[in-house]
Design a protein around this ligand. Structure first.
Ligand code: SAM
Length: 370
């Protein structure tokens, strides 16, 4: 395998050489490395610097970049695992070059996670993490990281696959990214509850083609009950922008107050908060001096997440304008008008056109008028 050096954050490793003009088609590199996931790994390193788990498992390590960054940039003891012997050769090369003390294992992730416990278990598979979630919850002593790149099933574009993998009904709406994030989170919460574990989101977000969860697991039946109480549904009118959130185990039947038609439920999904404000505040402070792989992406993401209202759905304000035949002004004007009326209102982290507010639809419409 021809290798080339890459530096991400403060960590330099070797990855398979690729001609920038002829990149490997997805999934065909001898060992996987994607520089576009640097932001994902930056956030993990920042979360780990806030939480300092006693050990960390990169269950699907490929080149090792994620776990190596955790080891090199946080000092937390790491285990790097991959079932592919070629990946293990590369990881071994990288561990030696960094002079790191790391444990390397070449096992099926589910088998390893069934045998051993780690302070922080991290899942970063190709596509869906669904087949690994159960074992990861059993293996995790305290923290769990999950990446999902199967956004089409999660967000409702591949409805049946979404239902099969996550036992929830996604919905392809203008806020499908949020639905995908909350369906994945709800799915993890339900798996954790089986083992009397509750889930506390530390920092969860969606970006480009992935959803990323950083969670704390709390072992007690009451913590699990508390998580289950955060599950619910978003009900969407099929004809107009009306939508509502319902925190309830079984979905109710609701009618659109504007159109009189039945609302379509999506879920079960997580309706609680997706960040821990103290962890996020710590990450933002740390990010000032942090050597990031994607500094620009990180500087944009963290403050928007901090300021995003704690609401499970959003509106695309251009789509609202189109529906009401209004040409909306700048997004900040709309947000300020809503805040002046006493409502919570803010931007969303996954779309430049998205807003979250607790204002009723007719108030939003009024504030949208030029
Ligand atoms: N974490 C890596 C990073 O940040 O660049 C990317 C991991 S790559 C998307 C997925 C890796 O999981 C591949 O290297 C693959 O060999 C490995 N893998 C797939 N199924 C596995 C399994 N059941 N057990 C262990 N490793 C597995």
């Amino acid at each position: 395998m021809d290798l080339t050096q890459v530096t991400e954050g403060r960590t330099t490793i070797a990855v398979p050489c690729q001609n920038p003009d002829v990149p490997f088609p997805p999934g065909t590199a001898p060992v996987f490395y994607n520089s576009r996931m640097a932001l994902n790994r930056d956030t993990t390193v920042l979360v780990i610097r806030q939480t300092t788990p006693h050990s960390y498992l990169d269950a699907m390590a490929a080149s090792g970049i994620r776990g190596l960054r955790v080891g090199y940039e946080t000092g937390v003891p790491i285990t790097l695992n991959d079932k592919d012997p070629l990946a293990i050769d590369l990881i071994t090369h990288n561990v030696k070059a960094l002079d790191l003390d790391a444990r390397i294992t070449c096992r099926d992730a589910n088998s390893l996670m069934s045998d051993e416990k780690f302070g922080f278990v991290d899942l970063d598979p190709f596509g869906t993490p669904a087949p690994f979630i159960d074992a990861a919850i059993r293996s995790s002593g305290k923290y769990l990281g999950v990446t999902a790149t199967d956004t089409a099933p999660l967000c409702g574009a591949h409805l049946k696959a979404g239902i099969r993998r996550y036992m929830a009904r996604p919905l392809n709406t203008e806020y499908h990214t949020e639905v995908g994030l909350r369906i994945l989170l709800g799915n993890v919460a339900r798996h954790a509850a089986v083992y009397d574990k509750g889930v506390s989101p530390l920092f969860c977000y969606a970006h480009e083609h992935f959803v990323r969860l950083h969670l704390q697991l709390k072992s007690s039946a009451s913590a699990a009950d508390k998580s289950i109480a955060q599950l619910g549904y978003i009900h969407q009118c099929p004809k107009c922008p009306y939508r509502m959130e319902e925190q309830r185990f079984f979905p109710g039947v609701h009618t659109c107050p504007f159109c009189g038609v039945p609302l379509t439920p999506t879920g079960p999904l997580w309706t609680g908060s997706i960040h821990d404000p103290d962890i996020l505040a710590g990450m933002i402070m740390d990010a000032d001096t942090f050597v990031a792989g994607d500094k620009a992406g990180l500087s944009k993401l963290l403050p928007v997440c901090r300021d995003e209202p704690d609401i499970s759905f959003s509106y695309d304000y251009h789509k609202l304008g189109k529906f009401y035949r209004l040409s909306p002004g700048p997004i900040d004007v709309l947000l300020n008008r809503l805040r002046d009326k006493g409502y919570h209102a803010g931007r969303v982290h996954y779309s430049g056109y998205g807003i979250k507010t607790d204002a009723p639809l007719d108030e939003i419409r009024e504030c949208l008028s030029p």
